[in-house]
Design a protein around this ligand. Structure first.
Ligand code: BGC
Length: 748
């Protein structure tokens, strides 16, 4: 009897799919849902990691293959490659209802071609470039059978001790929001249904970046105002840009784990924001609510999570083990399960997987994307835009021009430091190391060698390891430096010192590296320092002495070529910091958009009338928005079209920017606004716009911003989002600290 039922159901299912061509996706979803047993529904809400060895999927942890055949699995992560995804999808096609699997993967900054780490890319402030890098990553990954990326990470980060700052766009909600939208659009491309579209997943919802003490996974305690003003906007922007999914976060927020947080997932996301996609838990985070002390066991954890709006369980098995009983016990209504399953099935339909579950499995496409020259060229372009020039003074004892760019004809260059010859490090954390990578990744040494004249002699000494306690290599490095006309040093933190579970309490250059910089500087040779890191590091001595410093982050496959272009002037650096660089760890958290206190900070010399340290400046070493160019941009005064406006009007703020130096270059003109008096205290400045302008040397351009009431809104004392009449200041300039200002009034 059971056999006949199965055959009948399968035939009916095929009939529904075939006759459903004219139905809307929601109708199709409902048709499938109507055929599903409770266990099959719960299966859709279940996601496992895919372990592989040479013989195929490993099934040690439960019988995953059989669970797929039984329709007990909706999705897998960490399975890539056309061959592997096809094998598993074939198993899903043996299930009663043949519901295709979704394959998800952390495609964070590239798949085959590795792009700069997201924080580095954010330094470009170039949303078209970031959209392109996400697009290429999606094209390469989709060609390898992947449907879904767990990116972009849109967590605001004000604490560089937190290792995951490298995955996001820095500290600012406005910049974070435009970048979130660009990345979502880049991943999802022209829309689902295309075989190069990856579903995006904005993560980690929410406030994960505010982990106390910068310790990954730690608790978060924050006001509703800070949540609304600072941490939620990039998620909202991602949802508005059409993000297919969101991932919740490991942290608790004011005592409620994000995974079981109704306020976040039901009130904001699925309520006010009308999010139609689905929410996946973070890895094991449903089960981890037991460790939080928020749920007694898996049964309670599943109950809390599903009630709060977590639709898919990544790897904790809480749903597969408990949901059925919860429904039978009457603790969870079927509507809640149906809502989650509907959301998941809708995406599978939109991705075209019901029409053809193997549509992402094309060997030919996978091959085409494996060594794609256009993708590598785009990577180099974006890597250059991500580089930040922090300092460019003349060499010691010389006046005039900065040390950079260097001439390609220099006779002898000494290359010193643990990163000069490094290969794998250049692609950073969350990057795939393929077996043939070493021939594709351009080291700094190789990039410089490709760039200089054939007469230039390159000398090399490592000097020390990344985290050395010995100075044994110093003598050789000093000897090499003495023979050179210029020294390029490459120092920093290891590429796997940032990323998940990579919090650091000490952000100084590890080991003996700053000592090495001092020793080489003492030779009197002109020194350029390349800083390699996944977060803002602290290197005060270097910053105060060495004439030229370039922050290179981790730049991806073509890192060495991009860095060489900047060092030797084939590209004029244009990156601007999306995060403040502290002077010491004691300044953290540090960010530009702080509130005025009753004793406002105005300078470092006035100790009492402000909230200051007695032993340290209150200002960061390098502020938000800062980054130099080989040329100089002069700013005129701000011209306002009017000194006042009503709520239904707007004001145009115009400024003339002149390239007054000797190189063509690109500037990021930044607009900040300050509300002088509010029903609640307002930040000293908030980024509200920016424009990138390319100016040939000697040329000027008028740059205009339109200020409308939306740019003046904030959450008032009742947390209503509105603008209050009163006086405002506008700041336009080259960084958050170097600006021109003007004033206007919003009238009733
Ligand atoms: C991370 C997520 C990631 C997931 C799957 C978790 O540990 O927090 O960002 O997407 O693993 O790899």
């Amino acid at each position: 009897m059971r056999k006949y039922f199965v055959l009948f159901a399968a035939a009916l299912f095929q009939f529904i799919i075939c006759s459903a061509q004219k139905k809307t996706i929601d109708q199709k979803v409902d048709s499938v849902l109507g055929l599903m047993t409770l266990d099959e529904k719960i299966g859709q809400m279940n996601q496992y990691n895919g372990d592989w060895d040479a013989t195929g999927p490993i099934t040690k942890d439960g019988d995953k293959q059989n669970q797929i055949r039984k329709g007990m699995l909706g999705s897998m992560l960490n399975v890539t490659g056309v061959e592997h995804t096809r094998t598993l999808q074939e198993l899903a096609m043996q299930s009663r209802l043949k519901i295709p699997l979704l394959f998800g993967q952390d495609i964070i900054h590239g798949y085959r071609t590795i792009f700069p780490i997201p924080l580095a890319e954010a330094c470009s402030w170039d949303t078209a470039a970031m959209r392109l890098s996400a697009r290429i990553a999606a094209t390469e990954a989709a060609a390898a059978g992947v449907h879904w990326t767990f990116a972009p990470m849109v967590d605001i980060a004000r604490d560089p001790r937190w290792g995951r700052v490298m995955e996001g766009a820095g500290e600012d909600p406005f910049l974070g929001s435009v970048i979130a939208a660009a990345r979502v659009k880049g991943f999802q491309g022209a829309g689902f249904g295309n075989v190069d579209a990856l579903m995006a997943c904005a993560k980690h919802f929410a406030a994960y970046g505010a982990a106390i003490g910068g310790r990954d996974y730690n608790s978060v305690d924050m006001s509703e105002r800070t949540l609304l003003e600072i941490y939620l906007p990039p998620f909202r922007a991602a949802v508005d840009a059409g993000a297919a999914t969101l991932m919740n976060s490991f942290n608790d927020l004011n005592g409620i784990p994000a995974t079981g947080n109704k306020h976040l997932q039901r009130d904001f996301l699925k309520g006010q924001w009308k999010f139609k996609g689905f929410v996946v838990s973070d890895w094991g985070s449903i089960g981890e609510m037991i460790n939080h002390g928020f749920a007694k066991d898996g049964y309670e954890a599943a109950l809390e999570a599903v009630t709060a709006g977590s639709d898919m369980d990544m790897e904790s098995r809480s749903y597969i083990n408990n949901l059925s009983k919860l429904v039978k016990d009457g603790k969870i209504k079927m509507q809640l399960i149906d809502d989650a399953v509907r959301r998941i099935l809708r995406k599978k339909f939109e991705m075209g997987l019901f029409d053809d579950p193997f549509r992402f499995c094309s060997k030919e496409r996978e091959q085409q994307q494996w060594n794609n020259a256009n993708n590598l060229a785009a990577e180099k372009m974006i890597a250059k835009k991500s580089i930040v020039l922090l300092k460019n003074d003349p060499p010691p004892g010389k006046a005039g021009m900065g040390l950079l760019p260097l001439s390609k004809q220099i006779r002898t260059i000494a290359l010193i430091g643990p990163f000069i010859q490094a290969v794998r490090d250049n692609i950073g954390f969350w990057a795939y190391s393929w077996p043939d990578d070493s021939s594709r990744i351009v080291s700094q040494f190789q990039g410089i060698k490709n760039k200089v004249s054939s007469n230039t002699k390159l000398l090399y000494a490592k000097g020390c390891e990344i985290n050395d306690s010995s100075q044994a290599g110093f003598a050789e490095a000093i000897n090499v430096a003495r023979q050179a006309d210029v020294v390029i040093m490459s120092v920093g933190e290891a590429s796997d010192w940032s990323g998940e579970a990579k919090s650091r309490s000490n952000l100084h250059l590890p080991g003996m590296q700053e000592e090495l910089v001092k020793a080489i500087y003492a030779t009197g040779k002109p020194v350029v320092v390349l800083m390699n890191a996944g977060r803002p590091l602290i290197f005060d001595w270097t910053a105060d002495h060495v004439p030229a410093i370039i922050y290179t982050w981790w730049l991806g496959t073509k890192a060495g070529d991009a860095i060489a272009d900047v060092l030797f002037g084939d590209y004029n650096p244009s990156g601007k910091l999306p995060i403040s660089f502290p002077r010491t760890e004691g300044q953290i958290p540090i960010y530009y958009n702080y509130y005025h206190t009753g004793r406002p900070a105005t300078s470092d010399s006035d100790r009492f009338f402000r909230s200051a340290y007695i032993d340290l400046s209150i200002y960061p070493k390098f502020p938000f928005g800062f980054g130099l160019s080989y040329t100089r941009f002069d700013y005129g005064n701000i011209q306002l079209s009017s000194a006042s406006m009503r709520a239904n009007q707007s004001i145009k703020a115009t400024i003339t920017v002149t390239n007054a130096g000797n190189y063509d270059g690109e500037e990021t003109v930044q607009l900040y606004i300050q509300d002088l008096v509010g029903s609640v205290v307002r930040p000293v400045k908030e980024l509200k716009g920016f424009q990138k302008v390319f100016l040939p040397k000697g040329q000027s351009k008028q740059v205009s911003f339109t200020i409308d009431v939306d740019k003046l809104k904030f959450y008032n004392s009742e947390l209503k989002y509105l603008a209050e009449p009163g006086d405002f200041k506008i700041y336009i300039g080259t960084s958050s600290q170097n600006v021109k200002e003007a004033a206007f009034t919003l009238t009733q």
